[in-house]
Design a protein around this ligand. Structure first.
Ligand code: SF4
Length: 239
């Protein structure tokens, strides 16, 4: 397995399409918008990749893969391409795919026909940035999946999830980048405590901000230690 992404909770990113439309405050400083503009590209134009659509097929050792780091797997503009992307996942069962969306209301209508109770190699997640978007967890609760997860990044307000009975993994992280909104560590600590109480694996990615400490934006320590729990034993991101 090789590590080809700097994101702490995965090994690689895969973008069968790129470009996106902002949907909520967590998108405000989306790094994809910043990076695409730097390359002279229009970030709100969603395009099918000419070079990376089938990329995981060329990775022969098992990888933990974050799908659509530069878009959203369930975005409307990709409806005509998604079946072919599901085929890539279906044909590479040795990889594990992390699908993270801010459009959970679209999941149930856009799963593959043989999804049944979820494919073994797909983890399905939602992004939740503050209390206003906890409804995304409630929608995810109703999606059959082998692993359901929440990414609370950028964490821009306190969150009380309510029940975590259907959730297998929670990630927190503060915003990074030039205009990063500060994360109050108490918000991340509260989420960590909710996870410990519910026996849900908890992963703290970064504190956020504009400087790196030990390789992570704002450092990774929360309550004086790192939190690196994963939902499935034996599948871990590399350092
Ligand atoms: S959904 Fe994700 S990729 Fe799309 S604009 Fe928001 S943060 Fe960026």
């Amino acid at each position: 397995m090789a590590k080809i992404s700097s994101i702490e909770w995965t090994n690689a990113t895969w973008n069968p399409w790129h470009g996106c439309i902002k949907v909520s405050p967590g998108c405000k400083h989306c790094y994809m918008f910043r990076d695409k503009r730097r390359y002279g590209q229009e970030p709100a134009r969603i395009v099918r990749s000419k070079t990376t659509f089938h990329e995981p097929i060329s990775w022969h050792s098992p990888m933990l893969i974050f799908a659509c780091s530069w878009s959203d797997w369930f975005i409307e503009a990709a409806d005509d391409w998604r079946d072919e992307a599901w085929d890539v996942i279906r044909n590479t069962p040795y990889h594990t795919y992390q699908i993270l969306t801010k459009r959970p209301e679209r999941i149930l209508d856009h799963l593959p026909v043989d999804w049944n109770s979820g494919w073994n190699n797909v983890w399905m997640g939602v992004s939740i940035e503050n209390q206003d978007y906890v409804y995304r967890k409630e929608l995810l609760d109703g999606v059959p999946a082998k692993v359901r997860f929440i990414s609370a990044e950028p964490l821009i307000g306190p969150i009380k999830f309510g029940s975590l009975d259907k959730i297998d993994w929670v990630i927190t992280g503060g915003e990074s980048g030039p205009r990063a909104r500060p994360m109050n560590p108490e918000w991340a600590t509260s989420i960590k405590d909710q996870c410990l109480e519910a026996s849900v694996p908890f992963f703290h990615k970064q504190n956020g901000g504009t400087t790196r400490e030990d390789g992570a934006w704002g450092g990774r320590l929360l309550d004086e230690r790192t939190w690196d729990a994963m939902p499935v034993s034996g599948i871990v991101p590399l350092n």
